[in-house]
Design a protein. Structure first.
Length: 167
C-alpha cells in the first residue's frame, strides 16, 4: 500500500499534520502552515526482546514500507542498523507499535507515545538527533472559516501541552 497524504487542495481534509517544514518542501502554494511544536522520537523495544537479543544492536528492526523511505525515522534506523533488512515493513505506526509491544524488535516512536507505555523501554542509541517539527496545514480558502480556525487552535493547544510535557 502506498503513502497517502490528504490533499488539502482537493478538500480531502480541512486540516493536516506534517512532520516536514513547509518552507523546505514543495507543498501547494495555497497551504497555510503553523508550527504546532517539536516532537522527539526514541528507539523503543520491550525488556524481553532486549534480553533475547543480548544487545540493542542485535534487535530485529520494525520500519516503514518503501513509500515512506525518506522519513527521518527510516533514515535513523538505517544509521543504527546499517545493512539490516527490517523484520517488518509497514505504512502504519499503529502496526509498528503493536509489533514491538509484542516483542518483535525495535522501532522509532514519538516519545510522547513510547515514554507513556510501561511495556516499552527507550534504548539509549547514542547521539542521534531525533527532534522534528510538527506542522498544522490548511488551505488558504479556509482562512476565514471559524470552524477550521477553532479546530486549528484547539489542536495546536493540545500539541503544545503534550509535546512540551512529554517530548
Amino acid at each position: 500500500m502506498g503513502r497517502n497524504l490528504a490533499d488539502l487542495t482537493r478538500r480531502e481534509a480541512d486540516i493536516a499534520f506534517r512532520i516536514v517544514n513547509p518552507q523546505q518542501t514543495t507543498l501547494a502554494p495555497d497551504y497555510i502552515a503553523h508550527k504546532a511544536g517539536s516532537m522527539s522520537a526514541g528507539l523503543y523495544t520491550t525488556e524481553a526482546a532486549l534480553q533475547k537479543a543480548g544487545d540493542w544492536k542485535n534487535l530485529e528492526v520494525v520500519s516503514w514500507d518503501e513509500s515512506w523511505i525518506k522519513l527521518p525515522m527510516v533514515e535513523w534506523l538505517a544509521q543504527l542498523f546499517p545493512g539490516r533488512e527490517p523484520a517488518l515493513r509497514t505504512n502504519s505506526m499503529q502496526t509498528q507499535y503493536t509489533a514491538i509491544r509484542a516483542g518483535l524488535g525495535a522501532t522509532f516512536l514519538p516519545r510522547f507515545i513510547g515514554d507513556n507505555d510501561p511495556a516499552l523501554q527507550r534504548v539509549d542509541a547514542g547521539e542521534l538527533e531525533t527532534e522534528r517539527e510538527l506542522w498544522l496545514l490548511y488551505h488558504r480558502d479556509l482562512k476565514g472559516s471559524q470552524r477550521v480556525l477553532a479546530m486549528r487552535d484547539f489542536v495546536a493547544e493540545i500539541c503544545q501541552q503534550v509535546l512540551v510535557q512529554k517530548g
